[in-house]
Design a protein around this ligand. Structure first.
Ligand code: ADP
Ligand code: MG
Length: 380
């Protein structure tokens, strides 16, 4: 990938890049729809991402080229206006950094990625964090994980117009090889948690997609806010399952079930982190399965394809647990599996899924990986 993006840069701009920024996608092992409730999530950065070859400029021009889209785009940092297309992510990050008081230099940049788009592996956060690293390096801004992830989240929320939480950007920025990250979405405290030995992460793409501006996502967020308000707490983070039970009578059945998913999911995340710390893959897997059931039955964000995929995965004896990951309604499941049986798992699951749904699927085996990095190419 590095060679490919360096070659693309040379071809496009007829000069050499000075640096490569890389930022990974991420997969969330457990903690579905908890991030915007100031709860807990347990994602891992993955060994797929976005590579960005770039060269700082002396003016405020940005020339951007995506190998995947084969388009070059010219912009001025002095006249950023919202539009459509992949360039909105780098533009949004530039805008957010300048809102934070930084003054950016222009860059020439070529980008290539291998995160499947719109599959719930956050190709958008990978793109944002790769550009954040590049802008920081080009403009002598100190690289700090949390503020940079916040700027990228602001870009996605306010520039691109997608109301996501901070998990994606933080996981992409702070990933650590062989570790998942326990993130407290209220305090933004991060704790790397080692995955149990001989486990691997399989991402199971159902081949179905949702559109992220789906009203259902905003509807779930609104339900959480309404449930918290009725219960007299700031967010659902502030309720234990017992406290929610005691307030059941003041909630409609729908609000109660939405809230029950969130408060029990927060507990599952903390228990999963404990299981991981004590190398208990079985226990971790059981919590992942319980998360899927709760997302399916209480939060109602699953789909027939996601349920079929999760069922095929847990039906294989190399699988400790599987659940839908990302916002739901389509996209991917994630499974914690025995790494020694990964290839038989992958082919069996694909066959099972096609038999059940007549759809094609893709299995992506992932290694928990390091977060955003920067490489200086001087002298290479
Ligand atoms: P995801 O779940 O993958 O984050 P999003 O819809 O949030 O899905 O983001 C996908 C968008 O990110 C794409 O539509 C595109 O604009 C941008 N993107 C992803 N990969 C690339 C790439 N390799 N080059 C340029 N833009 C990309
Ligand atoms: Mg995204």
């Amino acid at each position: 990938m590095e060679h490919q993006v360096i070659d693309a840069f040379r071809k496009q701009f007829a000069e050499d890049p000075t640096h490569i920024a890389f930022a990974p996608g991420r997969v969330n092992l457990i903690g579905g729809h908890t991030d915007y409730n100031e709860g807990f999530v347990l994602p891992a950065a993955i060994d797929r991402g976005m590579w960005l070859a770039f060269r700082p400029r002396t003016d405020r021009v940005m020339r951007l080229y995506s190998v995947n889209f084969d388009r070059e785009i010219h912009l001025s940092l002095d006249y950023l206006t919202q539009g459509r297309g992949w360039q909105e992510y780098p533009k949004g990050v530039a805008w957010a950094l300048e809102e934070h008081g930084y003054r950016l230099r222009g860059i020439d940049a070529a980008v290539v990625g291998n995160v499947p788009r719109g599959a719930g592996l956050s190709s958008s956060a990978a793109l944002e964090m790769a550009f954040a690293r590049a802008f920081a390096a080009a403009s002598d801004i100190e690289w700090q994980i949390v503020p940079m992830a916040q700027a990228a989240q602001q870009a996605e929320n306010e520039w691109v117009g997608l109301n996501c939480g901070i998990m994606d950007q933080l996981a992409s920025a702070a990933g650590r090889r062989d570790y998942a990250l326990l993130i407290d979405c209220r305090t933004l405290d991060l704790e790397p948690v080692p995955l149990p030995p001989h486990t691997a992460i399989a991402v199971l793409d159902t081949g179905t997609r949702r559109s992220l501006t789906d009203s259902a996502y905003n509807n779930r967020r609104a339900a959480c806010e309404a449930a918290a308000a009725r219960c007299g707490v700031h967010t659902l983070r502030d309720l234990t399952p017992e406290q929610l039970e005691a307030r059941r009578g003041i909630l409609s059945d729908e609000l109660y079930r939405r809230a029950r998913h969130v408060v029990t999911e927060n507990e599952r995340v903390l228990r999963a982190a404990e299981a991981a710390r004590s190398s208990d893959a079985e226990r971790f897997g059981a919590l992942i399965n319980a998360s899927h059931a709760s997302l399916r039955d209480d939060y109602e964000v699953s789909s027939a394809a996601l349920n079929a995929m999760a069922g095929c995965a847990v039906g294989h004896d190399a699988c400790y647990g599987a659940r839908l990951t990302g916002a739901g309604f389509g996209g991917c499941c994630v499974a914690l599996i025995d790494s020694r049986r990964a290839s038989s798992f992958a082919s069996a699951v694909q066959m099972c899924y096609t038999n059940q749904t007549t759809l094609e699927s893709q299995v992506i085996l992932c290694l928990p990986s390091d977060g955003a990095t920067l490489k200086d190419l001087h002298g290479v």
